[in-house]
Design a protein around this ligand. Structure first.
Ligand SMILES: NC(=O)c1ccc[n+]([C@@H]2O[C@H](COP(=O)([O-])OP(=O)(O)OC[C@H]3O[C@@H](n4cnc5c(N)ncnc54)[C@H](O)[C@@H]3O)[C@@H](O)[C@H]2O)c1
Length: 248
Protein backbone atom coordinates (compact mmCIF):
# COMPACT_ATOMS: atom_id res chain seq x y z
CA UNK A 1 0.00 0.00 0.00
CA UNK A 2 1.44 3.38 -0.88
CA UNK A 3 -1.30 6.01 -0.80
CA UNK A 4 1.06 8.42 0.99
CA UNK A 5 4.34 7.51 -0.71
CA UNK A 6 6.95 10.32 -0.54
CA UNK A 7 4.69 12.45 1.69
CA UNK A 8 5.79 13.98 4.96
CA UNK A 9 3.25 14.21 7.77
CA UNK A 10 3.12 15.83 11.20
CA UNK A 11 0.76 14.12 13.64
CA UNK A 12 0.15 15.95 16.93
CA UNK A 13 -0.64 13.80 19.95
CA UNK A 14 0.73 10.83 18.01
CA UNK A 15 2.32 9.11 20.99
CA UNK A 16 -0.76 7.05 21.89
CA UNK A 17 -4.44 6.42 21.16
CA UNK A 18 -5.96 7.64 17.91
CA UNK A 19 -2.80 9.57 17.03
CA UNK A 20 -0.66 6.46 17.25
CA UNK A 21 -3.10 4.51 15.04
CA UNK A 22 -2.82 7.33 12.48
CA UNK A 23 0.99 7.21 12.65
CA UNK A 24 0.96 3.43 12.18
CA UNK A 25 -1.31 3.61 9.14
CA UNK A 26 0.56 6.55 7.59
CA UNK A 27 3.79 4.55 7.92
CA UNK A 28 2.15 1.54 6.24
CA UNK A 29 1.08 3.87 3.43
CA UNK A 30 4.65 5.07 2.87
CA UNK A 31 4.66 8.48 4.61
CA UNK A 32 7.59 9.87 6.59
CA UNK A 33 6.23 10.99 9.95
CA UNK A 34 7.04 13.57 12.63
CA UNK A 35 5.20 12.94 15.88
CA UNK A 36 4.64 15.97 18.14
CA UNK A 37 3.61 15.17 21.71
CA UNK A 38 4.14 16.32 25.29
CA UNK A 39 4.42 12.81 26.74
CA UNK A 40 5.71 9.60 25.19
CA UNK A 41 4.73 6.35 26.93
CA UNK A 42 7.42 3.74 27.67
CA UNK A 43 6.37 1.53 24.77
CA UNK A 44 6.67 4.33 22.19
CA UNK A 45 10.35 3.73 21.38
CA UNK A 46 9.58 0.06 20.59
CA UNK A 47 6.63 1.14 18.41
CA UNK A 48 8.83 3.68 16.57
CA UNK A 49 11.64 1.17 16.08
CA UNK A 50 9.14 -1.33 14.65
CA UNK A 51 8.26 1.21 11.96
CA UNK A 52 11.94 2.02 11.29
CA UNK A 53 12.80 -1.70 10.99
CA UNK A 54 10.22 -1.97 8.22
CA UNK A 55 12.03 0.86 6.39
CA UNK A 56 9.79 3.70 7.58
CA UNK A 57 10.94 7.16 8.67
CA UNK A 58 9.62 8.39 11.99
CA UNK A 59 10.97 11.09 14.30
CA UNK A 60 9.46 12.00 17.67
CA UNK A 61 9.60 15.58 18.98
CA UNK A 62 8.60 16.74 22.44
CA UNK A 63 6.43 19.74 21.58
CA UNK A 64 3.74 21.46 23.58
CA UNK A 65 1.41 22.66 20.83
CA UNK A 66 0.12 25.48 23.04
CA UNK A 67 3.47 27.29 22.74
CA UNK A 68 3.90 29.26 19.52
CA UNK A 69 7.69 29.33 19.95
CA UNK A 70 7.87 25.55 20.44
CA UNK A 71 5.56 24.95 17.46
CA UNK A 72 7.54 27.24 15.15
CA UNK A 73 10.88 25.79 16.17
CA UNK A 74 9.74 22.17 15.78
CA UNK A 75 8.05 22.81 12.41
CA UNK A 76 11.22 24.50 11.07
CA UNK A 77 13.24 21.48 12.19
CA UNK A 78 10.81 19.12 10.42
CA UNK A 79 10.84 21.20 7.22
CA UNK A 80 14.66 21.15 7.25
CA UNK A 81 15.03 17.46 8.18
CA UNK A 82 12.26 16.07 5.98
CA UNK A 83 12.38 18.57 3.10
CA UNK A 84 8.63 19.26 3.00
CA UNK A 85 5.44 19.15 5.07
CA UNK A 86 2.60 17.68 3.02
CA UNK A 87 0.15 16.57 5.72
CA UNK A 88 -0.79 17.97 9.12
CA UNK A 89 -3.08 16.07 11.47
CA UNK A 90 -4.26 18.20 14.39
CA UNK A 91 -5.09 15.30 16.68
CA UNK A 92 -3.77 16.30 20.13
CA UNK A 93 -6.61 16.97 22.52
CA UNK A 94 -7.56 16.80 26.18
CA UNK A 95 -10.69 16.66 28.31
CA UNK A 96 -11.40 18.24 31.69
CA UNK A 97 -15.01 17.18 32.17
CA UNK A 98 -17.14 18.96 34.76
CA UNK A 99 -20.66 20.23 35.02
CA UNK A 100 -20.91 23.92 34.19
CA UNK A 101 -21.27 25.24 37.73
CA UNK A 102 -18.27 23.24 38.92
CA UNK A 103 -16.07 24.13 35.98
CA UNK A 104 -13.10 26.26 36.97
CA UNK A 105 -11.49 28.91 34.79
CA UNK A 106 -8.47 26.67 34.41
CA UNK A 107 -10.60 23.71 33.19
CA UNK A 108 -12.02 25.95 30.48
CA UNK A 109 -8.73 27.64 29.52
CA UNK A 110 -6.60 24.49 29.37
CA UNK A 111 -9.04 22.64 27.09
CA UNK A 112 -9.35 25.66 24.78
CA UNK A 113 -5.59 26.11 24.74
CA UNK A 114 -4.77 22.56 23.65
CA UNK A 115 -7.76 21.66 21.48
CA UNK A 116 -8.32 24.98 19.74
CA UNK A 117 -5.33 27.28 20.11
CA UNK A 118 -2.89 24.40 19.62
CA UNK A 119 -4.55 23.50 16.32
CA UNK A 120 -4.50 27.18 15.29
CA UNK A 121 -0.78 27.53 16.07
CA UNK A 122 0.09 24.33 14.21
CA UNK A 123 -2.02 25.26 11.20
CA UNK A 124 -0.72 28.84 10.98
CA UNK A 125 2.87 27.61 11.06
CA UNK A 126 2.52 24.65 8.70
CA UNK A 127 0.34 26.62 6.27
CA UNK A 128 3.34 28.85 5.45
CA UNK A 129 5.28 25.83 4.18
CA UNK A 130 2.24 24.35 2.41
CA UNK A 131 1.47 27.68 0.70
CA UNK A 132 5.00 27.81 -0.67
CA UNK A 133 4.63 24.21 -1.86
CA UNK A 134 1.20 25.05 -3.32
CA UNK A 135 -0.25 21.86 -1.90
CA UNK A 136 -1.15 20.29 1.39
CA UNK A 137 -3.68 18.34 3.43
CA UNK A 138 -4.82 19.33 6.90
CA UNK A 139 -7.05 17.04 8.95
CA UNK A 140 -8.50 18.29 12.23
CA UNK A 141 -9.80 15.80 14.78
CA UNK A 142 -12.98 17.30 16.19
CA UNK A 143 -15.70 15.24 17.92
CA UNK A 144 -19.39 14.41 17.67
CA UNK A 145 -19.87 16.40 20.87
CA UNK A 146 -18.73 19.49 19.00
CA UNK A 147 -21.83 19.00 16.86
CA UNK A 148 -24.40 17.64 19.32
CA UNK A 149 -23.11 18.86 22.73
CA UNK A 150 -22.71 16.75 25.85
CA UNK A 151 -23.58 17.42 29.48
CA UNK A 152 -20.38 17.76 31.51
CA UNK A 153 -18.30 18.72 28.50
CA UNK A 154 -19.17 22.37 27.82
CA UNK A 155 -15.47 23.26 27.54
CA UNK A 156 -14.57 20.28 25.35
CA UNK A 157 -17.62 20.53 23.07
CA UNK A 158 -17.07 24.29 22.64
CA UNK A 159 -13.44 23.63 21.66
CA UNK A 160 -14.45 20.93 19.18
CA UNK A 161 -17.25 23.09 17.70
CA UNK A 162 -14.68 25.87 17.41
CA UNK A 163 -12.40 23.52 15.53
CA UNK A 164 -15.17 22.92 13.00
CA UNK A 165 -15.54 26.67 12.37
CA UNK A 166 -11.76 26.93 12.14
CA UNK A 167 -11.71 24.07 9.61
CA UNK A 168 -14.26 25.75 7.35
CA UNK A 169 -12.62 29.20 7.52
CA UNK A 170 -9.12 27.90 6.83
CA UNK A 171 -10.46 25.65 4.04
CA UNK A 172 -11.81 28.80 2.34
CA UNK A 173 -8.58 30.76 2.90
CA UNK A 174 -6.21 28.05 1.74
CA UNK A 175 -8.16 26.51 -1.15
CA UNK A 176 -6.58 28.79 -3.75
CA UNK A 177 -3.18 27.35 -2.74
CA UNK A 178 -4.39 23.80 -3.30
CA UNK A 179 -4.54 23.02 0.42
CA UNK A 180 -7.47 20.91 1.63
CA UNK A 181 -8.68 21.31 5.20
CA UNK A 182 -11.22 18.87 6.62
CA UNK A 183 -12.39 17.67 10.01
CA UNK A 184 -13.35 14.29 11.38
CA UNK A 185 -15.91 14.02 14.16
CA UNK A 186 -15.30 10.70 15.90
CA UNK A 187 -17.96 9.24 18.17
CA UNK A 188 -16.93 6.99 21.03
CA UNK A 189 -13.42 5.61 20.42
CA UNK A 190 -11.76 3.15 22.78
CA UNK A 191 -8.59 4.91 24.04
CA UNK A 192 -7.09 6.05 27.33
CA UNK A 193 -9.12 9.27 26.99
CA UNK A 194 -12.37 7.29 27.24
CA UNK A 195 -11.13 4.75 29.82
CA UNK A 196 -12.19 7.27 32.45
CA UNK A 197 -15.87 6.99 31.46
CA UNK A 198 -18.15 5.25 33.96
CA UNK A 199 -20.20 2.14 33.09
CA UNK A 200 -23.25 4.38 33.09
CA UNK A 201 -21.72 6.88 30.66
CA UNK A 202 -20.59 4.05 28.37
CA UNK A 203 -24.06 2.53 28.38
CA UNK A 204 -25.56 5.92 27.52
CA UNK A 205 -23.19 6.23 24.54
CA UNK A 206 -23.86 2.70 23.28
CA UNK A 207 -27.59 3.35 23.49
CA UNK A 208 -27.36 6.16 20.96
CA UNK A 209 -24.98 4.38 18.55
CA UNK A 210 -27.01 2.58 15.86
CA UNK A 211 -24.06 0.24 15.11
CA UNK A 212 -24.06 -0.66 18.83
CA UNK A 213 -20.32 -0.64 19.39
CA UNK A 214 -17.45 1.72 19.97
CA UNK A 215 -14.99 2.69 17.26
CA UNK A 216 -11.42 1.42 17.08
CA UNK A 217 -8.61 3.98 16.66
CA UNK A 218 -7.81 2.26 13.34
CA UNK A 219 -11.26 3.10 12.01
CA UNK A 220 -10.53 6.80 12.62
CA UNK A 221 -7.10 6.38 11.00
CA UNK A 222 -8.79 4.89 7.89
CA UNK A 223 -10.72 8.14 7.32
CA UNK A 224 -7.72 10.32 8.17
CA UNK A 225 -5.67 8.43 5.56
CA UNK A 226 -8.37 9.00 2.96
CA UNK A 227 -8.45 12.75 3.74
CA UNK A 228 -4.64 12.91 3.64
CA UNK A 229 -4.43 11.10 0.31
CA UNK A 230 -4.98 12.19 -3.28
CA UNK A 231 -8.27 10.25 -3.25
CA UNK A 232 -9.88 13.20 -1.46
CA UNK A 233 -8.46 16.01 -3.61
CA UNK A 234 -11.92 17.45 -4.36
CA UNK A 235 -13.09 17.46 -0.73
CA UNK A 236 -12.46 20.50 1.47
CA UNK A 237 -14.15 22.25 4.39
CA UNK A 238 -16.09 19.12 5.34
CA UNK A 239 -16.78 17.42 8.63
CA UNK A 240 -16.96 13.64 8.36
CA UNK A 241 -18.66 11.84 11.22
CA UNK A 242 -17.07 8.50 12.08
CA UNK A 243 -19.47 7.59 14.82
CA UNK A 244 -21.42 4.41 14.06
CA UNK A 245 -24.39 6.54 13.05
CA UNK A 246 -24.67 8.56 16.27
CA UNK A 247 -25.33 11.73 14.27
CA UNK A 248 -27.40 11.54 11.08
N1 LIG B 1 -11.41 8.80 22.28
C1 LIG B 1 -12.55 9.28 21.84
O1 LIG B 1 -13.63 8.72 22.05
C2 LIG B 1 -12.58 10.54 21.03
C3 LIG B 1 -13.80 10.93 20.46
C4 LIG B 1 -13.87 12.08 19.71
C5 LIG B 1 -12.72 12.83 19.50
N2 LIG B 1 -11.54 12.45 20.07
C6 LIG B 1 -10.37 13.30 19.83
O2 LIG B 1 -9.34 12.54 19.21
C7 LIG B 1 -8.07 13.05 19.58
C8 LIG B 1 -7.21 11.92 20.14
O3 LIG B 1 -7.87 11.38 21.27
P1 LIG B 1 -7.40 10.06 22.05
O4 LIG B 1 -8.64 9.39 22.50
O5 LIG B 1 -6.39 9.33 21.25
O6 LIG B 1 -6.72 10.76 23.32
P2 LIG B 1 -5.42 10.37 24.17
O7 LIG B 1 -5.57 11.12 25.45
O8 LIG B 1 -5.23 8.91 24.21
O9 LIG B 1 -4.23 11.02 23.30
C9 LIG B 1 -4.06 12.41 23.18
C10 LIG B 1 -2.60 12.70 22.94
O10 LIG B 1 -2.44 14.14 22.86
C11 LIG B 1 -1.27 14.50 23.58
N3 LIG B 1 -1.32 15.89 24.02
C12 LIG B 1 -2.09 16.42 25.00
N4 LIG B 1 -1.80 17.72 25.16
C13 LIG B 1 -0.83 18.04 24.27
C14 LIG B 1 -0.11 19.23 23.98
N5 LIG B 1 -0.32 20.37 24.65
N6 LIG B 1 0.82 19.20 22.98
C15 LIG B 1 1.05 18.04 22.30
N7 LIG B 1 0.40 16.88 22.54
C16 LIG B 1 -0.53 16.88 23.52
C17 LIG B 1 -1.27 13.52 24.76
O11 LIG B 1 0.00 13.46 25.39
C18 LIG B 1 -1.69 12.23 24.09
O12 LIG B 1 -0.59 11.49 23.58
C19 LIG B 1 -8.34 14.18 20.58
O13 LIG B 1 -8.35 15.42 19.93
C20 LIG B 1 -9.73 13.85 21.09
O14 LIG B 1 -10.40 14.99 21.57
C21 LIG B 1 -11.44 11.32 20.82
Amino acid sequence: MSQLKDKTAIVTGGARGIGRAIVEQFADEGAAIAVFDVAFPDDFEGFANGIREKGGKLEAYTVDITSSEAVEEACSTVAADFGSIDILVNNAGITRDKLLLRMGDDDWDKVMEVNLKGSFLMTRTVAKTMMRQRKGKIVNISSVVGVMGNAGQSNYSASKAGLIGFTKSTAKELASRNINVNAIAPGYVETEMTHVLSEEQLKAFLNIIPLKRGCSPKEIADTVTFLASEKSDYITGQVINVDGGMIM
